[in-house]
Write a protein that binds this ligand. Structure first.
Ligand code: ADP
Length: 423
């Protein structure tokens, strides 16, 4: 009897242990399915664990399936969003509630090429701008302006963007709102704005000086011309004339420059013999009072032949360069104009043996209104626009300009234009 009971207990224990092992294995399997380590398959679950266990498995199975579905839906939403935003011209950036970058389209990467692999990174580590982070906070607390202009500085590079931010519901089902930013690159406009402001300021300044002088002298003449000695009156009138001439040249140069910069700069190419053009120009200069104390020479390589250029504009290039050489070199200086063929280009130069230009001024010499010695240039009737006009004309011909100069030895201005020979 005792033996029977012991045997029955032993069998019951073995069955219970077996069941326990089955439960543990089943629970382990469920746990792995819940954490996504293996798919949930009902067939994998032991069949003999009872109806309660079956119900539990069925519920968990449904939950896992729903969860997987939601997961897929969210990923596909994000993928759809990425695809849609990727093709947009506007740069788009989405960050989550802890400023982690969730999405950045192609246009955004084009604005910030120096910030690669920005996905999943924190905003502040990628886009360095304190103002931007302040703006992000303002968007989060709904205090932000509709649009804001911001500057991002990366070493020597500066990028200006116009940014609009809006709160959006989190696509990961979390609680904290995400932010969608639309950014517009306005660096070019900002630069142009700066150039325009500088230009207007420079023009106003250039106009004001002669106008103030003219006004002053005219007022003195109006008030006192009756008792004024004739010599003084003549001196005053000559000064007025000089400043009027200056105003005139300034307006001429401004008009020339604005025409050259317009959509239709009016380049009229025609077949032209460069050597003939330069010879005529030198003849003309030799007859001018400003050139009588200088030595003017020229040498044009006969191999150049006829070129397709705008003769009036190229004449203006040579004129501006020769006039500068005459203005900025002392009496008795030598000025040499030459041109030679170099592969597919004609390279021309105007060289003088004057005082030269300091090295620090050379990179700016072709900028509008840039002068090495402001007083001296004005005194010589310079507008500060001559070399700018030269550069524009040469560029219109598809060429380039440059300068070489050594203090105390002289200056050489070069320009080269691609050969477009005419038959
Ligand atoms: P500007 O009307 O003042 O002559 P430009 O644009 O023609 O204006 O020239 C810019 C500046 O470059 C001049 O003000 C002058 O200081 C300098 N420069 C130009 N040519 C020479 C030269 N041959 N030798 C020395 N300085 C020169």
């Amino acid at each position: 009897m005792f033996l029977l009971i012991a045997l029955a207990l032993g069998v019951a224990l073995v069955v219970a242990l077996q069941k326990l092992r089955d439960y543990r294995r089943a629970i382990r399997g469920l746990a792995q399915s819940v954490t996504g380590k293996q798919p949930f398959l009902r067939e994998d679950q032991p069949a003999k664990l009872g109806s309660d266990w079956d119900r539990l498995c069925a519920e968990i199975g449904t939950l896992i399936t729903e969860n997987t579905h939601l997961h897929q839906l969210r990923s596909s939403h994000l993928a759809q969003l990425e695809a849609t935003l990727g093709s947009l011209q506007e740069a788009v950036l989405i960050v989550n509630d802890s400023n982690q970058i969730i999405l950045a389209n192609r246009a955004l990467q084009a604005i910030f090429p120096r910030a690669p692999n920005i996905l999943k990174q924190r905003l502040e580590l990628v886009l360095h701008s304190r103002e931007f982070l302040t703006y992000v906070e303002a968007v989060r607390t709904s205090r932000a302006a509709a649009q804001q202009e911001l500057e991002f500085v990366e070493g020597i590079h500066s990028t200006w963007v116009e940014v609009t931010g809006a709160l959006i519901p989190p696509l990961d089902g979390g609680k904290g709102a995400w932010i969608l930013f639309v950014l517009h690159d306005i660096t070019k406009q900002k630069k142009l704005e700066g150039v325009r402001k500088d230009f207007v300021a420079n023009v106003s300044h250039e106009l004001r000086t002669p106008l103030t002088m003219i006004k002053g002298y005219v007022e003195t003449l109006v008030d006192g011309h009756r008792d004024m000695p004739l010599a003084d009156r003549e001196r005053f009138l000559t000064t007025i004339q000089r400043h009027t001439d200056r105003l005139n040249s300034l307006l001429d140069d401004l008009l020339a420059l604005s025409r050259l910069e317009s959509i239709n700069p009016g380049l009229r190419r025609e077949s032209c013999d460069l050597s003939h053009l330069v010879a005529g120009l030198i003849d003309d200069f030799r007859g001018r009072p400003s050139a009588v104390d200088h030595h003017l020479d020229f040498s044009i390589d006969p191999a150049i032949g006829r070129l397709l250029i705008d003769p009036l504009k190229i004449t203006q290039v040579f004129e501006n360069l020769i006039e500068n050489a005459l203005k900025y070199t002392p009496k008795g200086s030598h000025i040499e104009i030459s041109a030679r063929l170099r592969e597919h280009e004609v390279e021309a130069s105007v060289r003088d043996n004057g005082p030269g230009i300091p090295a620090e001024d050379l990179p700016h010499i072709f900028e509008r209104f840039y002068r090495v010695e402001k007083g001296r240039s004005r005194e010589k009737g310079g507008t500060g626009l001559g070399l700018s006009i030269v550069k524009h004309i040469v560029q219109l011909h598809g060429g380039r300009v440059w300068v070489e100069s050594t203090l105390g030895q002289g200056t050489a201005f070069f320009f080269s234009i691609p050969v477009r020979s005419s038959a």
